[in-house]
Write a protein that binds this ligand. Structure first.
Ligand SMILES: [Zn+2]
Ligand SMILES: [Zn+2]
Length: 206
């Protein structure tokens, strides 16, 4: 089985409590300092947020896009991206920093669609055929196992040293003009619950 993330144009500009991509992130008031890049020191760009299965937290994914390709933003450990977990209560839209490339202008939501197909690529193709829509409408998948483009790069948790738990695989997005920039590859989100809030890591491959 594969749980696909399917593009769902968001009509509520103020929605905060869902899996969303682009625009501004959600966090409880005062709980998010806008993350900066460990390579260039600039403000990172918000990519999207993913709700956990219990709807009790959001994982916010950021990546430096101030000088794409120069901050090792594909690497889980080199400081060019960041995953932050926030509790999913009293959520507010966080005003993005105006300094740097901090926002993707197209904001879109995601609905979860179960496929009986375990292979992600086949599940994506089957959904596209059945729905009569572009595979670009598939935003990725939640849970299961990562479908690596290159070799297995499961990161280790900085707190406990164990391999992190795979959380989601992400495509660049439905609109190529404002898509995430994975050099036409896929992003991978990992989480470890050994700390509170959980730690997260992100990487991409192409
Ligand atoms: Zn940077
Ligand atoms: Zn850990």
């Amino acid at each position: 089985m594969t749980t696909l993330l399917i593009n769902h144009p968001e009509t509520d500009e103020t929605a905060t409590d869902k899996s969303m991509f682009g625009g501004a992130p959600s966090a409880p008031a005062g709980h998010l300092d806008w993350p900066t890049c460990g390579q260039c020191g600039g403000n990172m760009q918000f990519q999207g947020q993913l709700q956990n299965a219990l709807e009790s937290s959001l994982l916010l994914v950021f990546m430096c896009q101030n000088d794409p390709g120069c901050c090792e933003e594909w690497d889980a450990n080199d400081g060019g991206n960041k995953v932050l977990e926030v509790a999913a209560h009293d959520l507010q839209l966080v005003t993005p920093s105006e300094d740097g490339e901090t926002v993707r202008s197209t904001r879109y939501g995601a609905t979860l669609v179960s496929s009986a197909e375990a292979n992600y690529d086949r599940a994506r193709a089957q959904w596209s055929d059945a729905a009569g829509q572009s595979p670009r409408q598939v935003l990725g998948k939640i849970g299961g196992a990562p479908m690596w483009i290159q070799h297995d790069e499961t990161p280790e948790c900085d707190a406990c040293g164990q391999p992190m738990q795979f959380f989601a695989q992400l495509e660049e997005g439905p609109d190529h003009r404002t898509a995430m920039n994975f050099a036409s590859g896929c992003g991978y989100v990992f989480r470890c619950g050994c700390t509170q809030p959980a730690s997260g890591k992100f990487l991409w491959q192409c």
